[in-house]
Ligand binder design. Structure first.
Ligand code: ASP
Length: 321
C-alpha cells in the first residue's frame, strides 16, 4: 500500500496468521456463526483508516488459523520469513496479526529465536472484524505505529493490544472476553500506543532478554508436555506419559515436562515422586506456577507455557528429538 510521500515512510511487513482479528460473526449480539481466520490480512489493512500514512506496508498471509491450533510448523514459517525481512537495511519492522489465545507463546518463541533489534509486534482482537466496535483496526493501526517507531528498536518482540505495549516475556492473556485482555502482571506494560503516538514508560529488565536459541531445523520438535499440581495430584499422568514413551507410542518421545506448580512453584508430594522418576528416566523437568510467572531461577519471569517453549528450544539445541 503506497501513500503520496511513501519514499520517506518506514517499511513494515504485516503477516497474517488468522485469529479473531480476522474473524467474522454472522449474528449479533451472541456472535453466532463465529469463525476465526476468515479474512485475508490485506482486508484487515484496508479496514484501518490512515494506516497507509504510518508506513509502506507489505501484507502477506502466512497462515489462517484459530490460534488455539497454533503449531511448530507455523512458528518456523514466521521465523524464516521475518529474519531475512528484518535484515534488509531499509525496513523498519514487522507486525503479525494473531489470535489472542496463544499470542504470548508465539511472541516468546520469536523473542527466543530472532536477533534483538528491529521491532516485531504481535497484535490481536477480542471482537471479530464484523462486530460492532471491532477492536482489530485500532489494534492493527497501533501495532504498525510501534513497528515503525525508532523508539521500539531493541525492546524485543512486543504485543500491542488496547493501546498498551507489552514485552514478550511479560505478556499474558488474562481475560477471556474483555478488549483489554492482555496484561504484563505487576510489572505493567512497557508503554502505550494511541492517538498520542508511541510512548515507552519502562525498559525491559535484563532477565527478560533471553539468550538467543537456534530455530530447530528438523521437525518434529522435542516433545515437552505440561502437567499440573493440584489437590490429589498423584503422578498418574506423568507415569502414563513415561510408559507410552517407553513403549514407542509417542512420536516424538517424551523429552521434557513443565510443571504448573501451586503458588511459588510447589508440587504435591505424590506428583513429585513421579517427576523424580521422569528425571531418572532422562526427561528434563522444569518448574513453573499455575498462578503466573515465577521470579528467580533459570526461567525467571516466565509463566509455564513460555517455560515450555524455552525448554523445547533448549532440548532441540542440545540435539534431543
Ligand atoms: N480463538 C481465537 C484465536 O486465538 C481467539 C482470538 O483471536 O481472540 O485465534
Amino acid at each position: 500500500m503506497q501513500s503520496p510521500n511513501s519514499n520517506q515512510l518506514p517499511k513494515v511487513l504485516v503477516l497474517g496468521t488468522g485469529g479473531t482479528i480476522a474473524g467474522v460473526a454472522t449474528e449479533h449480539p451472541a456472535q453466532g456463526g463465529y469463525r476465526a481466520a476468515a479474512l485475508d490480512v490485506s482486508q484487515l489493512v484496508a479496514a484501518a483508516p490512515g494506516i497507509e500514512r504510518l508506513a509502506v506496508l507489505q501484507a502477506e498471509q502466512l497462515a489462517s488459523l484459530d490460534s488455539k491450533d497454533m503449531r511448530a510448523h507455523v512458528w518456523s514459517l514466521l521465523a524464516r520469513r521475518i529474519a531475512p525481512w528484518l535484515a534488509q537495511p531499509d525496513v523498519a519492522g514487522c507486525v503479525i496479526t494473531h489470535g489472542s489465545d496463544t499470542l504470548e507463546e508465539t511472541a516468546y518463541f520469536l523473542q527466543c529465536v530472532l536477533p534483538a533489534g528491529k521491532p516485531v509486534v504481535l497484535t490481536a482482537a477480542m471482537r471479530p472484524a464484523t462486530a460492532l466496535s471491532a477492536d482489530g483496526p485500532r489494534n492493527l493501526y497501533d501495532a504498525v505505529q510501534v513497528a515503525a517507531s525508532a523508539e521500539a528498536v531493541g525492546r524485543g518482540v512486543l504485543c500491542v493490544v488496547h493501546g498498551r505495549v507489552h514485552g514478550a516475556c511479560d505478556v499474558t492473556k488474562a481475560h477471556p472476553t474483555a478488549v483489554d485482555a492482555f496484561s504484563s502482571g505487576e510489572r505493567g506494560p512497557l508503554g502505550f500506543a494511541g492517538s498520542q503516538g508511541v510512548l515507552f514508560t519502562r525498559s525491559i529488565p535484563a532477565s527478560s532478554d533471553p539468550r538467543p536459541l537456534p530455530l530447530p531445523q528438523a521437525q518434529p520438535w522435542p516433545r515437552v508436555e505440561l502437567v499440573g499440581s493440584h489437590a490429589s495430584a498423584d503422578g498418574a499422568v506423568v507415569r502414563a506419559l513415561l510408559a507410552a514413551s517407553a513403549r514407542g507410542d509417542l512420536a516424538p518421545p517424551l523429552a521434557g515436562l513443565v510443571v504448573q506448580g501451586t503458588g511459588g512453584g510447589t508440587v504435591h508430594e505424590d506428583l513429585q515422586q513421579a517427576l523424580d522418576e521422569a528425571e531418572t528416566a532422562g526427561v528434563r523437568v522444569a518448574y513453573g506456577s499455575r498462578i503466573g510467572a515465577l521470579l528467580g531461577g533459570p526461567y525467571d519471569g516466565l509463566n509455564a507455557v513460555k517455560i515450555r517453549v524455552r525448554l523445547m528450544l533448549e532440548l532441540a539445541a542440545a540435539g534431543a528429538h
